[in-house]
Write a protein of this length. Structure first.
Length: 247
């Protein structure tokens, strides 16, 4: 049995998978783990007699799918991706089009969950202005469900590229210094002081709230309760729901 641990890195999984596939290692001969606890190819030498698979190419659509699935928070993603890769390289070139296939169904569900997490990332990040060594910096705390920081943050660079900012999360932190986007390890919850712009945001949120269009179930679906503590406007939600009930 071969043990492979790419941590949470798609690049490391891709390198490991290429090596395994080139040697013809079957998916059931690999135990995938995550978090960097074991060395990559912990006992790879045990399978030196595996028949090589030769050169192979995979569809660009598979790489797109794989990059998304790699962000899903479950160690099962690595084994799933290797099974798909092995089957495609073995001749199932149209596997991505078979929606009834169990592996493809799981992969598409993971992809959908990751894309939704990115959407929530873009929607629920709230920057606060702070001062660091005399420099104005905008900081935000967010709690993504999956490993979507690297996938989501370029959006903020495009939209707020003229301001220095940091986005802190438990999984990974992102920092933009007006020239380069850098990442650092995740951190525990960061307490960010309120700034004056937050009062304006609360006033705006209250002003646009329409009690006659309130659908609490739909609101919680689009704005999951677990994100409420990171949103300044969330402190108004219960109050506005109660007021709507009296209308």
């Amino acid at each position: 049995m071969i043990y492979a641990d790419p941590g949470d890195s798609f690049a490391e999984w891709r390198e490991a998978a290429r090596g395994l596939l080139a040697r013809g290692v079957r998916p059931d001969e690999v135990v995938w783990s995550g978090g960097g606890q074991a060395g990559l190819f912990g006992n790879a030498a045990a399978d030196d007699d595996a028949a090589p698979c030769g050169t192979f190419r995979v569809p660009a659509e598979f790489l797109k799918l794989a990059r998304a699935v790699a962000c899903y928070e479950s160690v099962e993603r690595w084994g799933l991706l290797y099974r798909l890769l092995y089957r495609i390289a073995g001749g199932r070139r149209h596997l991505l089009e078979i929606e009834s296939d169990e592996d493809m169904r799981c992969a598409r569900l993971m992809e959908k969950a990751v894309n939704r997490d990115v959407h929530k990332f873009h929607a629920f990040v709230r920057f606060r202005e702070i001062e660091v060594e005399g420099e104005k910096v905008f900081a935000a705390w967010h709690e993504p469900q999956h490993f979507t920081v690297e996938k989501a943050v370029p959006f903020f660079v495009r939209r707020f590229g003229d301001m220095r900012f940091s986005i802190f999360t438990p999984k990974l932190c992102a920092h933009w210094d007006l020239e380069e986007l850098k990442f650092s390890p995740g951190v525990e919850r960061v307490a960010l002081a309120d700034d004056t712009t937050e009062d304006f945001w609360l006033t705006y949120y209250r002003a646009i709230f329409n009690p006659f269009r309130l659908k609490v179930g739909a609101m919680k679906k689009e704005m999951p309760v677990r994100h409420w503590r990171t949103l300044p406007e969330a402190r108004l939600i219960n109050e506005l729901i109660e007021e709507a009930g009296r209308v």
